[in-house]
Ligand binder design. Structure first.
Ligand code: AMP
Length: 181
């Protein structure tokens, strides 16, 4: 299965993707995790990405898309993937469409995790990641609203809405049901 996970920061996409990855037997590909791994290893990509991430802004699309393209070419992604955190803009969605078209594949759906803004702020403050302070959280929510939320219209009928408030297992059950699993 080839799925995109969409939703505001703090919606629990990463947690759900990790669970789904095991159940559907496809890799969880998180651009945020890939950037954080690069930062940890001190690669040039990590050094470039860090300044944007620390500010809560998007890493430039060219850099991000190149990283996604090479990750999708790895053998474990041949039969499917859960893309978490990409695309984040309509431009990135168009790039992804091009990559899929070149490989003769299509998305099976776009899971849209719906959560109240108060809940996501609470969740982000609780997880305490380096970029989870109040100022960057506010910036990331603004970036989500301005750049990412338009993807809901962009994907139209491919959108599968998931009410993402509640217990992790409960939300996971909703996702599996929505996917007919
Ligand atoms: P996440 O772990 O998905 O919350 O992403 C953490 C940060 O990584 C974001 O705030 C952005 O700075 C950067 N990032 C992750 N995915 C993308 C993307 N698709 N495009 C640009 N920047 C991204």
């Amino acid at each position: 299965m080839r799925l995109v996970l969409l939703g505001p920061p703090g919606a629990g996409k990463g947690t759900q993707a990790a669970l789904l990855s095991e159940k559907l037997n496809v890799p969880h590909i998180s651009t945020g995790d890939l950037f954080r791994a690069n930062i940890g290893e001190g690669t040039p990509l990590g050094i470039e990405a860090k300044q944007y991430m620390d500010a809560g802004e998007l890493v430039p699309t060219e850099v991000t898309a190149r990283m996604v393209e090479s990750r999708l070419q790895e053998p474990d992604a041949a039969e499917g993937f859960l893309l978490d955190g990409f695309p984040r803009t309509v431009e990135q969605a168009q790039i992804l469409a091009g990559l899929l078209e070149n490989s003769g594949h299509a998305l099976d759906g776009v899971l849209n995790f719906r959560v109240d803004e108060d809940v996501v702020v609470e969740r982000m403050l609780a997880r305490g990641r380096a970029d989870d302070n109040e100022e960057t959280i506010r910036t990331r929510l603004r970036v989500y609203r301005d750049e990412t939320a338009p993807l809901i219209d962009h994907y139209g009928d491919a959108i599968i809405n998931i009410e993402a408030e509640g217990e992790v297992e409960e939300i996971n059950a909703r996702v599996l049901k929505a996917l007919g699993k």
